[in-house]
Structure formats: C-alpha cells, structure tokens
Design a protein around this ligand. Structure first.
Ligand code: NI
Length: 138
C-alpha cells in the first residue's frame, strides 16, 4: 500500500455542506473515504477515455425465444473472445435470460463489444459497467 499523505482542502462552506449531505446519504464513514472514491472514479473515467487496458462487465437481458438472438449473442462473443474473460448465463423465467459478460482489454474494444451485444435484435436491455484493472487507481 502506498504512503498515506494528509493535505488541506479549501472549499466554500455551502459546497462542503452539500458534500457532507451526499456522503452521509452514501454511507461513507468520513470525507477521506468519499474523496478517495471520487478521485478513483475520475481516474477510471480517464482510463476509459485514453484507451487504456480496462475491465468492464456487460449485463444483457434477452428473450431466448426471439429468432436468432442466441446465435447472434454467441457469434458476437466468439468474435470478441480475446476480450471476454468470463460469461454467466442465468435463466430468469420461461422467456428471459440474464447474461453477464466480464471483459478485459483495450477500452475501445470493450466498448465495441458492449455496443455489438446491445445492438442485437432481441436484446431488451444492456448495460456496460466501466471499471478498472486496479493498477492505475492507487
Ligand atoms: Ni436462459
């Protein structure tokens, strides 16, 4: 773990009051923890914008009865097999499937994978959770 450094921050009182309300609502135990998370959030965003090596999870909801949707989801995953590190398929009910795809690689490639899966006809909902390999965020 890196050395801990203390530093002073000057803020307008109204801004700090709002920050304190926010961190209580988010159940942080102190300002330092909240500030660390905010900084990491920015750093992760920067990783995605600069095309770094990133980690992301794509969550899909689709009806497996829809024509060709399973084949298309599978074909797309084979096209991006170098970026996909794991997939999990959950049968939600008679129609709906939940699929979680964990991906790692170049940010643009992971984004392309998410876009390709989202645009498949029959995929009802798709989200990309953008995260980090953890190496660049302290
Ligand atoms: Ni299923």
């Amino acid at each position: 773990m890196s050395e801990l450094v203390r530093f002073g921050v000057s803020l307008e009182k109204t801004l700090l009051d709002r920050f304190d309300v926010l961190i209580r609502a988010k159940q942080y135990t102190n300002r330092s923890e909240a500030l660390r998370d905010l900084i990491r959030k920015e750093l992760v965003q920067q990783e995605w914008q600069s095309g770094s090596d990133v980690v992301g999870t794509i969550t899909l909801i689709y009806d497996h009865h829809k024509r060709d949707v399973l084949i298309r989801v599978m074909d797309t995953q084979h096209d991006f097999q170098e970026a996909i590190i794991s997939t999990q398929h959950i049968h939600l009910d008679h129609h709906n499937c939940l699929e979680i795809v964990a991906a790692r690689g170049n940010a643009e490639e992971v984004q392309r994978l998410a876009d390709a899966l989202r645009s498949i006809k029959g995929v009802r909902h798709a989200t990309l959770s953008m995260s980090s390999t953890g190496r660049e965020i302290g």
